[in-house]
Design a protein around this ligand. Structure first.
Ligand code: ADP
Length: 305
């Protein structure tokens, strides 16, 4: 059976990545080595999915500049369908300053550039690329009015909706929340949305209950090196992360979300899709970079053997 169509909505950035011995304290200057990488949450998620053998579509806005051209090229090379992407004359592409310490921890500052200017009517136009029976994935880097509009289209288009609420922002309507099938925060985002500090699976269960009160059909909280916690109206379970040697945690959550969506598109059960997402995210943190750290389905199968 062929995979279900998959479409991502979100941000693209050019990441300026400095590898440093440790993260700096305020006022401190450190030496580091610079590498430019394609990044942005939405783009990373789409690439993670494409590496697993689906051909996802992606909607984002980029500037008509060198950064935009290289970002588009990286997406094409990864196997992402770029027809829906808007290239915007006179605007600059998003960029991010990423510091990665030797222990794998990171610090990130983002200039959203063209990502910040997505309007509801642009989303309406991009939604023409959502195919029948699709899974749609959205993160929260897009302006909230555009997200409210996208989520409202679920009742017309009938897609399944995965919402990665990162970075958390106010203003998502209660109607929009009720159209979410899976909300997928990390620990920080779960805290920002519910007020519950998530430090283990018990507190994740508490936070998941509060997330479900917002209206989504299911909550899936990622807990870094601990794993992930799932809850819907009829089932709850926790799955442990795969133990690996961490090199760079950049884009772990993006790897998880892209792989979860691709696995649902491949018609795996929810539990199997989460297990695969844990494996993809574990492999991601063993490599440097964002899109460059997304593993192929071959590498994931070898890892799971
Ligand atoms: P984010 O990257 O959005 O902050 P998390 O830190 O929760 O999200 O990580 C997402 C997923 O990445 C986790 O659920 C886990 O599967 C994987 N992961 C993150 N850190 C590690 C780690 N140290 N070891 C193994 N897997 C990890």
């Amino acid at each position: 059976m062929s995979p279900r169509p998959l479409m991502f909505f979100g941000t693209t950035n050019l990441d300026l990545c400095f590898n440093v011995e440790r993260l700096p304290t305020p006022g401190e200057s450190l030496m580091g080595s610079l590498k430019q990488n394609a990044g942005g949450k939405g783009a990373n998620q789409a690439v993670a999915a494409a590496r697993l053998g689906v051909r996802p579509s992606f909607y984002t806005r980029i500037g008509d500049d060198d950064a935009g051209r290289s970002l588009l090229q990286a997406l094409r090379e990864a196997g992402v369908r770029v027809e829906a992407i808007e290239v915007c004359p006179g605007e600059i592409s998003g960029s991010a300053l990423v510091l990665v310490g030797d222990d794998g921890s990171n610090m990130i500052v983002i200039d959203p550039g063209a990502n910040a200017n997505v309007t509801p009517s642009m989303v309406e136009k991009a939604a023409e690329f959502i195919e029948r029976d699709a899974i749609v994935v959205a993160e929260m880097g897009m302006p909230v009015p555009a997200l409210n509009h996208l989520f409202a289209l679920k009742s017309i288009k009938g897609f399944d909706l995965i919402f990665n609420p990162a970075p958390v922002r106010a203003g998502l309507s209660s109607a929009a929340w009720r159209n979410v099938d899976f909300v997928t925060p990390n620990q920080t985002e779960a805290f920002e949305l519910t007020g519950v500090q998530v430090h283990d699976f018990d507190s994740a269960a508490h936070a998941a209950g509060k997330l479900l009160d917002l209206g989504p059909r299911a909550a899936l909280i990622t807990l870094g090196a601990q794993g992930a916690y799932y809850a819907d109206a009829s089932a709850t379970f926790a799955l442990r992360a795969f133990p690996v040697k961490v090199v760079d945690t950049t884009a772990a959550g993006d790897a998880f979300n892209g792989a979860f969506a691709a696995s649902l598109a491949h018609r795996l059960s929810i539990r199997e899709a989460i297990k695969k997402a844990l494996a993809v995210a574990a492999l991601c943190v063993t490599r440097r970079g964002a899109q460059s750290s997304m593993p192929s389905s071959w590498a994931v199968d070898e890892f799971l053997k």
